[in-house]
Every structure is written in C-alpha cells, then in structure tokens.
Design a protein around this ligand. Structure first.
Ligand SMILES: O=C(O)C(=O)Cc1ccccc1
Length: 337
C-alpha cells in the first residue's frame, strides 16, 4: 500500500505513538499537522535543526527546516520540574537564530502501572519509564515497589513496548512500565495493574512548540492563547575578562541577570533556569528567562490588537537585549508567543 504525501506541515514529537508528547500534540494540533515520531527529545529538535545529525551545515538545516517546520518538546512538569534535555537544547546558538519557541501546550498527565498480562505486583523487580514519569510517580514506587529498580527509557511508550520484547527466560523477576492508559490499551498483551499512580492528581506537563523560523505560519488548528510570553537566553560576553579579578564570573553573571532583568525588559519574570554553558570554562553558566506580558490577557480577540501587542513586545525585547549587551552580557530572544 502506498501512503499519499499530505500537504500538511509536519510536526516532530517524542514517540513512539502513545507517548504523552503524542497525546499533547494531538490536543494542540488535531488534524492540522502530519505527525512525525522521533525516538529522543534531542532527536525531535535536532531533526529540525541538523537533519538528524550533529552538523552545522546551513544546507542540511535549510533542507530539514522546510521538511519538518515544527516540533513539540516537554519543557517542565508541575511535580518533577524542568526537563533538562530541553534546556540543554535551548543553549544551542542556533536557537534564537533559526529556531524559535512559537507556542505552548499544557497536558494533564496520568500514569498507569502496566505489565504483561498475568504479572502480579509482587513479581515486579524493575519499573521502566521516562525519567520524568519515574520522578512523577516516586512516592507510589517507594511505597508499593520499594525494592524495584527504576530504569530510564527514552519515553513512556518506549517503556511499554519494551515489556513486549523482553525475553522472559533471561529475567528472574518481571518488569512493569509507567505509561498512559491510552498507550497501555494500544497493546492487547499488556494489562493495567493500577491507574493514576502519579504523586498528585493535579500533575501536568507544559510543552514548547518549536518553529523553524519566527514567521513560519502556525498550523491553522493551533491557537496561541494569552498571556503572551517571551524567552530570553542570557550569558556573560567575556567571562575570562573580569574587570575585577576578585569577582568570579558566575557572580558577575548572577549580578548581571538580577540587576538587568526587571528594569531591562520591563515585564514580569515567570521562570529563571540555569544550565552550564557550552564553553569549556568551568562553572560558566547560561540563564533562560521567561517573561510574561500581563497586558496581553486583557486584549483577547481582535487580531489587530494581537499584532500590535506582538510588535510592542518585540521592540521591548530588542531594547532589553541592547541594555544587557551594554552591561557586558549577551542576550538572545529565543521566542515570543
Ligand atoms: O515519555 C513520554 O511519554 C513523554 O512524552 C515525555 C513525558 C514523560 C512524562 C510526562 C510528560 C512527558
């Protein structure tokens, strides 16, 4: 059977099918995109970036960005916090040049404890899942499966699939997976032992929508809802050249970030994340700062208002970037949505 190519824009997500990312993508984009599964978050973004390979070639990037203009990647969870893989990708210089955060979707997340049919709780010696899911169910696991090893997999749906391919003769104990009920139901050989095993019923994950450019048209089924956000990456320009040798670069950066943020961008800060920078200088860091425009929530509706709001936000961000640079820092706008 030949599959007809569609004219829908493509969206990469962390697969295989049945992952929370897949569910979130479907909630956010419905029938408006062609879904392309990738086996890692890094691959999800890098595929758009470098044609699935770690290469900076402009041609490779261009070709791929035309082919798969969007990706959806998990950014933070309400119980387990930041998705570090995602923040590590946001450090790449290409983000803010050829790749931007263009939107967000939040998904309410429930996990099930899933086994091969017939396996009992007392038989389980290891639990497979995405690191985030293992973290979100930590209390359940400590209480109900205290002796079980927690094995990180690339996704919750990959963990469910792994149960099917395990060679039983090789194992003294049985494995379980943490995944969604929808994922478990995709495999008739699997059985849900317990539903809703996450440590809180308010558990949710926020995802970023990454676009290949600032102006690539978002799929018609996807809607950016107020308030408007901006994400800025901040670092020191020359960490080696401290004007005062007694001040560690890390302290200079903290000072720069804290002293310039509110005054510079003039918008409330809603998140600050710090990761090691991509240079070899020990303890040199990079900050990702998310800002929110409180006015945007008031102007729901008229498209003209939204455009005006976007352009005023852009000029505010551009002015802020200049001020950070004047203070010896580097700032790059990674997205406005
Ligand atoms: O592994 C998945 O299913 C994902 O999409 C990543 C993830 C894991 C746990 C909560 C939200 C997203």
């Amino acid at each position: 059977m030949t599959v007809e190519p569609t004219s829908l824009p493509k969206l990469a997500f962390l697969g295989p099918l049945g992952s929370h990312s897949h569910q979130c993508a479907q909630n956010g984009f419905g029938p408006g995109v062609e879904y392309v599964e990738r086996s890692t978050i890094t691959g999800t973004l890098l595929l758009c970036h470098f044609s699935g390979q770690w290469q900076m070639s402009a041609e490779a990037f261009k070709a791929v960005s035309d082919e798969i203009p969007f990706a959806l990647i998990p950014q933070e969870n309400s119980l387990y916090g930041t998705v570090t893989d995602t923040y590590d990708l946001l450090r790449l210089p290409e983000v803010g040049q050829h790749k931007f955060v263009r939107g967000e979707v939040t998904l309410s997340v429930r996990h099930c404890l899933v086994v091969r049919r017939g396996v009992k709780l007392r038989d389980i010696g290891r639990v497979l899942s995405h690191e985030q899911a293992l973290g979100q169910c930590a209390r359940f696991l400590s209480t109900n499966l205290p002796g079980a090893a927690r094995i990180k997999m690339s996704s919750t749906s990959a963990a469910a699939q792994a149960l099917l391919s395990e060679d039983k003769a090789d194992q003294l104990t049985e494995s379980a997976a943490l995944c969604s009920a929808a994922c478990a139901k995709m495999h008739p050989e699997l059985e849900i032992l317990q539903e809703s095993v996450q440590d809180s019923n308010t558990n949710c994950t926020r995802f970023y929508v990454i676009g290949k450019s600032l102006d690539v048209k978002l799929p018609s089924t996807f809607h950016v809802t107020p308030p408007r956000h901006a994400l800025v990456r901040m670092a020191l320009r020359n960490p080696d050249m401290a004007p005062d040798a007694t001040v560690h670069p890390r302290n200079r950066l903290v000072q720069l970030v804290l002293s310039t943020l509110l005054a510079t961008f003039g918008l409330p800060v809603t998140r600050i994340d710090r990761r090691p920078s991509l240079t070899d200088v020990p303890f040199e860091d990079v900050y990702m700062v998310e800002l929110e425009n409180p006015m945007s929530a008031l102007s729901v509706g008229a498209e003209a208002d939204v455009n005006l709001l976007d352009s005023s936000m852009w000029s505010r961000m551009a002015a802020g970037v200049k001020q950070v640079e004047a203070a010896g820092g580097d700032a790059t706008v990674l997205g406005i949505w």
